[in-house]
Design a protein around this ligand. Sequence first.
Ligand SMILES: [Zn+2]
Length: 284
Amino acid sequence: MLHALSFDVEEYFQVANLRHAFAREDWGSVESRLAVGMERILGALERHDAHATFFFLGWIAEQHPDWVRRCLDDGHEVASHGYEHEFLWDLGPERFEEDLARTEGALEVAGAPRPIGFRASTFTLTRKTWWAFETLARRGYLYDSSVHPVRHPVYGVPDFEPGISTVSTPEGPLVEFPVATWRAFGRNWPVGGGGYFRLLPLAVTRRAFARLESAGRPGGLYLHPWEFDPEQPRVPAPWSSTFRHRLNLSRSLPRLEALLARFRFGSFRDALVEAGALPRELTR
Ligand SMILES: [Zn+2]
């Protein structure tokens, strides 16, 4: 069973949780920490002969095209995380299309093929931004991983199919592959990465993936380069934001390596091909 591993490639200062501490116009003057996390991630993947999807912000692809090329050279999938981490409900349908085009352009200039996968900033593909599926299908995307089938105050579609499914749009179908959730007490709980990966004991993540595997379903995991950089600068932010951002940062790398040693992980594209949800010709 090939599970799907992904990294949303953004800087620590672009995270939604800390967005009030860094103005958009200041991004260019904050020191990049991307290399720290990327080196650690790519090293771990190489040691375990594993692959992943790197959902790049277009802004990052423009500033750091070398990381796009390095991911491609190492055999990973490069996909889109939108241009500058705006929420889909702030973009609206028209600006979303421009945002996608701008990101595709940045990835192309960096040497990547046209992306077939998309993940929205902060899982902001919800019932109120359902139009995004149509836009993605029109622009030739084949899969999306932006719906989080959980209950959450900001995002989430709690009754959405947690496994791989197909969403119909007037522009054609699109495969949806949400990150992993754990079904208990009549609802889905997030176990597929990010803050939960650092908050929950590793045994919980491991059990969740083992359970998915025995049910014959691949799981999707998402992490970020900044989660592998415990030395990143402390940001003046409310206590709760800082806690969520910094919790167990030093455990990300050993936890990832433990999962890579226990399960087979590949890109979202390859996991979808193996699951029969995308055509086999797409495999690298
Ligand atoms: Zn993100």
